[in-house]
Design a protein around this ligand. Structure first.
Ligand code: SF4
Length: 481
């Protein structure tokens, strides 16, 4: 049977609502006052974008969410999405000294969300690009987190920047590939609009090498930033893989982001192959969209899975089930549609996964989601940029300080450089590449956050660290609402 949507719109919306409500102003003040405002704060060291965390928390405690958001966004332009999707448990909050003292860290991610939501809700722009451009132009290939991080930084440094992407909207995986209950796509799209207001141009529906050649780009731009991410899902290489209900897990997540929730088709019995964070997003969302059974199938054991522990717990709470030490050997069909998976038990010997013969069984499923990693774009890059050096894992080789590649004036960042890491790593690499491009084109080195001029924002609220005066109106409003 073809798969169908299973829930009415009200139930689907309720099940997929953001998993954590935002802080009220009172809750944010109380949480901010748990921070010890450490000197040499370990939370800053743990943040790939180096956000001055004690400074932004202090501003919340002082009733200045606008200044707080400025501290965040000058360091990490995607601070609103990172507040939701960063694995804070293993980054900043994992390093927080209050975790050791009280067993519960300062909720840095939720405070970051509070401050960034505040400026988006109140339409306050805290970043600013110089009115006078420096006469240099940069093309950015890919509107995902790395591309956006690079574009925003270059815009603030005075560059004319154009971002090209083959999708209809910007944001990359933040818009199309994150579990809905972690972050609805509107947050990512708001960030894209903020970067547009910095003067960055976006051209969508453009496929590089087809609609736009590298020769044209090289002729019209002073430098190029490559941020095209990874390719499609790896193939399983088993019979039945081409059946219509065998779907890339990221494609399934994209349906959720591009259709009304009650129109997203989902199986009654869903198998998710793989056990990384994308697999967890897929299995949890399948349950939330009404699947009776949603099962992770993973060839190794519980201790080996790449997903974070807190993601695993979340999926179990959503009712997902897990078949560890199991692989599929065939997708079985009935009338041209997925009917079941043929499975076999495995064991790990000398680090290698071995099939246990005679342990096969068949289990009914009507949707199979592949979350077994994405292909590298090695052959596409070979064609686009002859001479571009890749490492043996298919990642683009680059200078880790400047993100420069082996091709002159071509820089790289994000998944195609790092093989697939967190959103925050991609933003940090985009920003680093922007500064590498700046050194190449102007011979000037920029360090630290780029601060807007004192008259640069619509409300005149400027964040200048601990010396910033308390915003009394904001504080009073926060206390009384
Ligand atoms: Fe505050 Fe924790 Fe960072 Fe210290 S480590 S500054 S307590 S958030």
């Amino acid at each position: 049977m073809p798969i169908q949507p299973l829930l009415d719109s009200e139930t689907a919306a309720r099940n997929m609502a953001e998993k954590q409500p935002r802080y009220t102003p009172q809750e944010a003040l109380i949480e901010a006052n748990r921070c010890l405002f450490c000197f040499d704060a370990p939370c800053i060291m743990a943040c790939p974008t180096g956000i001055d965390i004690p400074s932004f928390i202090k501003k919340i405690a002082n009733g200045n969410p606008t200044g707080s958001a400025r501290t965040i966004l000058t360091a990490n332009v995607l601070g609103a999405s990172c507040a939701r999707v960063c694995p804070t448990e293993v980054l900043c909050e994992g390093a927080c000294v209050v975790l050791d003292l009280e067993g519960d860290p300062v909720k840095i991610g939720r405070l970051q969300r509070y401050a960034t939501d505040y400026v988006f809700d109140h339409h306050i722009d805290v970043l600013q690009a110089p009115a006078k451009k420096n006469g240099k132009k940069v093309a950015i290939l890919g509107a995902g987190p790395a591309g956006l991080g690079c574009a925003a930084e270059l815009a603030q440094l005075g560059y004319e920047t154009t971002v090209f992407d083959k999708k209809k909207e910007g944001g990359g995986l933040n818009t199309y590939g994150i579990a809905y209950y972690k972050m609805p796509p509107e947050i990512s799209l708001d960030e894209v609009k903020m970067i547009e207001r910095l003067g960055v141009k976006f051209q969508y529906g453009v496929e590089i090498g087809k609609d736009l050649t590298i020769n044209e780009l090289e002729k019209n731009y002073d430098a190029i930033f490559l941020a095209l991410g990874l390719g499609g899902a790896n193939r399983l290489g088993i019979p039945g893989e081409n059946l219509p209900e065998v779907v890339d897990a990221l494609e399934f997540i994209e349906w959720i982001h591009t259709k009304p929730l009650h129109e997203v088709p989902v199986g009654r019995r869903v198998a998710v192959l793989g056990c990384g964070n994308t697999a967890i997003d897929a299995v949890s969302q399948s349950k939330r969209l009404g699947a009776d059974v949603a099962t992770i199938i993973y060839r190794r054991g519980e201790d080996d899975m790449p997903a974070y522990g807190f993601e695993y717990e979340l999926a179990k709470n959503d009712g997902a089930t897990f078949h560890f030490h199991t692989i599929p050997t065939e997708v079985l069909a009935e009338n041209g549609h997925v009917k079941a998976l043929r499975l076999v038990r495995t064991e790990t010997r000398d680090g290698k996964v071995q099939i246990i013969s005679g342990s096969e069984w068949t289990e009914e499923f009507d949707l199979v989601l592949k979350a077994v990693g994405q292909e590298k774009q090695s052959s596409a890059f070979d064609k686009l940029f002859p001479g571009l050096k890749l490492d043996r894992k298919g990642r683009v080789e680059h200078n880790p300080e400047t993100m420069a590649t082996s091709v002159p004036k071509l820089f790289v960042g994000g998944d195609c450089a790092n093989g697939g890491r967190e959103v925050v790593n991609a933003v940090a690499e985009g920003k680093k590449a922007a500064r590498g491009i700046n050194v190449l084109l102007t011979k000037q080195k920029v360090t630290g956050p780029i601060q807007p001029s004192r008259h640069g924002t619509k409300d005149g609220a400027l964040g200048s660290g601990f010396n910033h005066p308390i915003r009394v109106p904001e504080l009073l409003a926060a206390m009384s609402s």
